[in-house]
Ligand binder design. Structure first.
Ligand SMILES: C[S@@+](CC[C@H](N)C(=O)[O-])C[C@H]1O[C@@H](n2cnc3c(N)ncnc32)[C@H](O)[C@@H]1O
Length: 350
């Protein structure tokens, strides 16, 4: 009789999951010490890399061994040299959106709040944004900055026919939940005839947005601390954007209604969300589903629930999102693919 391997396989699966958790920490170490950038330059021994970066040789050796065993680095056992192949380095180095290192910092920062999350399981309630900051502000900036630099204009704005032309001529634009405002500043630089505003509830993020606008010498970009569940219907905007923001809200329907009321009649609301289904069965074969259900659980749910919100979460899904946009009064809602496979773009008109 063939041996039943299912028990061993499952054991191995759990251990592999733990491997992923450990390597997430190790990737953060590599990111913060400049190891990946230096390693991408060519073959090296532990001694050489330790001297070049001024890092402890013993710690470095263990890190490299883990990286080689994980098949992230290549190990030449005869020469005793390590290397980071170029096709892998592009996912761990550089200023392109492809660099996944910032995600490791974000995930590890969520892990620090695990005791509070366990308390939420037992007692209900949430974890306020203030508990996630200041790390969250910087991690969010680090993850999205490269995406905005590389993909915002051509990928997200360019997906909507005619929008680049309207921006060139000059329109009023608002980004809600703008975080550190990089999206707003990038577009303000690109489209000097348009006027840009960014609102966020977080003082530290808005401070950083203002500093960047000043550093970039922008006179058409400004920022305010504002709770967008109280967004007034005036001034009116031609374009309102929300990047990865609506599902975290404490009052998502109020925010969407406010957005609709603050739009001009021919205005557009671009809502960038995660491209999953509201129905678990449709997400089961998607290799990214468990990652985003987990992120949603560790951050998106508790920040919304902490303020008495519904905790929609990052995985609220396309169907529910569309339903809420219609309930808020948008009559024309189109769904477009985004340049990132895990996101989608809702293009909404009154
Ligand atoms: C997941 S972050 C996205 C930040 C930014 N859009 C980006 O892509 O980097 C969500 C942002 O929404 C902001 N936010 C949450 N509730 C808000 C509210 N009621 N009014 C304004 N901003 C809010 C948070 O402070 C946070 O900066």
């Amino acid at each position: 009789m063939p041996k039943d391997r299912s028990k061993e396989d499952f054991q191995f699966k759990i251990l592999s999951i733990y491997t992923g958790a450990v390597l997430t920490n190790l990737i953060q170490i590599g990111y913060e010490t400049g190891l990946f950038e230096e390693a991408a330059k060519g073959d090296f021994t532990v001694e050489e890399l330790s001297t070049r970066l001024g890092l402890s040789k013993r710690y470095l050796q263990e890190w490299l061994n883990a990286m080689a065993a994980a098949e992230i680095f290549h190990y030449n056992s005869e020469a005793k040299t390590y290397s980071l192949p170029q096709n892998r380095a592009s996912f761990l180095t550089g200023e392109k959106a492809k660099n996944l290192c910032p995600h490791s910092k974000m995930l590890n920062s969520f892990g620090k709040l695990l005791p509070k999350l366990i308390r939420c399981f037992k007692e209900g309630g949430g974890i306020p944004y203030s508990d996630f900051r200041p790390e969250f502000t910087d991690c969010m900036d680090d993850v999205w900055r490269r995406i905005f630099d590389e993909l915002l204009n051509d990928g997200f704005i360019g997906a909507v026919e005619g929008l680049k032309n309207r921006l060139k001529k000059g329109i009023n634009v608002l980004d809600i939940g703008c975080g550190t405002g990089h999206a707003t500043n990038v577009l303000a630089k690109k489209y000097p005839n348009s006027l840009f505003k960014g609102y966020d509830i977080a003082k530290d993020a808005i401070e950083k947005a203002k500093i960047e606008a000043k550093e970039m010498n922008l006179s058409n970009s400004n920022f305010e601390v504002m709770d967008v569940s109280k967004l007034p219907s005036k001034p009116k905007f031609d374009l309102i954007t929300a990047f990865d923001t609506i599902h975290d809200q404490a009052k998502p329907l109020d925010v969407l209604r406010n957005v609709k009321n603050a739009l001009r009649n021919d205005g557009i609301f671009l809502m960038i969300e995660f491209k999953f289904s509201s129905d678990l069965k449709n997400n089961l074969n998607n290799p990214l589903s468990s990652l985003y259900y987990g992120i949603s659980l560790m951050h998106c749910l508790p920040v919304s629930i902490a303020e008495g919100g519904p905790g929609l979460g990052a995985m609220w899904g396309i169907e529910k999102a569309k339903g809420m946009l219609l309930a808020a009064g948008f009559t024309n809602v189109k769904l477009l693919d985004s340049p990132r496979p895990q996101n989608c773009i809702f293009v909404c008109r009154k």
